[in-house]
Ligand binder design. Structure first.
Ligand SMILES: [Zn+2]
Length: 234
């Protein structure tokens, strides 16, 4: 027999389902996501992201034969409230980006621009760099990358700088976490370079441990340059 209540209930459920925004639908199956964290404590368990830490290598690719979709447009969300000027943040991240760009003849950075508000870790075709509180107070910063298994491209890289640390210019004040230093490391992940954890290679930009006052990662070492040139040519 016709049951009006039952049909009304079903109609309500359908209406509800139709109201769920498209953004809630999971990412396309060809898209894969990895996170890379740079740690303050060298005794911390080493993360197991793709490609991490082959012990004898001077560089390690995250994915064989993948490239990032270049040239990258980086968007800095600098709505921070902990005493850094927007000019400083934009300048440090710009210097970090062009350190990589200068190491290869291919143009791999297109622009570094400022946006209002706070960024977030979300797959939205924006390479977002921003400050935010990370759950793990030993994580200095985290890069999240998304890659397309069909096109073999890294399609997005978001970088979060953990506000549990005091940030600034570590060259003039060694009690600060150097923003340019960490940004250079994190952007390496966006270009398909994994962390290196060999303690004898701590001079590498892609070495996965850092500390207050560390500025060594600002400048690419030979291994980092070999890595970016493996991907984009010399
Ligand atoms: Zn890293």
């Amino acid at each position: 027999m016709f049951n009006l209540k039952k049909y009304m209930a079903i109609a309500l459920i359908i209406t509800f389902l139709a109201s769920i925004p498209l953004a809630n639908i999971p990412a396309e199956p060809e898209i894969i996501q990895f996170t890379y964290t740079i740690k303050a404590d060298p005794n911390y368990a080493k993360p197991s992201g793709a490609g991490n830490g082959k012990p004898t290598a001077d560089y390690q690719l995250i994915f064989a034969r993948y490239q990032a979709e270049t040239p990258l447009d980086l968007v800095v969300y600098a709505a921070n409230d902990y005493g850094l000027s927007v000019d400083f943040v934009l300048g440090a991240i710009t210097d970090a980006a062009y350190e990589w760009d200068a190491a290869t003849s291919k143009q791999i950075i297109n622009s570094v621009t400022l946006a209002g508000g706070f960024g977030e870790v979300v797959y939205n075709n924006i390479n977002a760099l921003f400050f935010g509180d990370h759950d793990d107070s030993n994580v200095i910063a985290q890069a999240t990358i998304w890659a397309n298994r069909i096109t073999k491209q890294i399609v997005e890289c978001d970088v979060q700088f953990n506000t549990d640390f005091k940030w600034g210019d570590g060259e003039s004040n060694s009690f600060l976490m150097d923003l340019q230093n960490i940004a250079t490391h994190e952007l390496g992940h966006g270009f398909n370079l994994a962390d290196i954890y060999d303690d004898s290679k701590s001079y590498l930009t892609m070495y996965g441990i850092s500390y207050y006052g560390d500025v060594e990662k600002r400048t690419l070492a030979d291994g980092d340059i070999a890595g970016i040139r493996k991907i984009y040519g010399s």
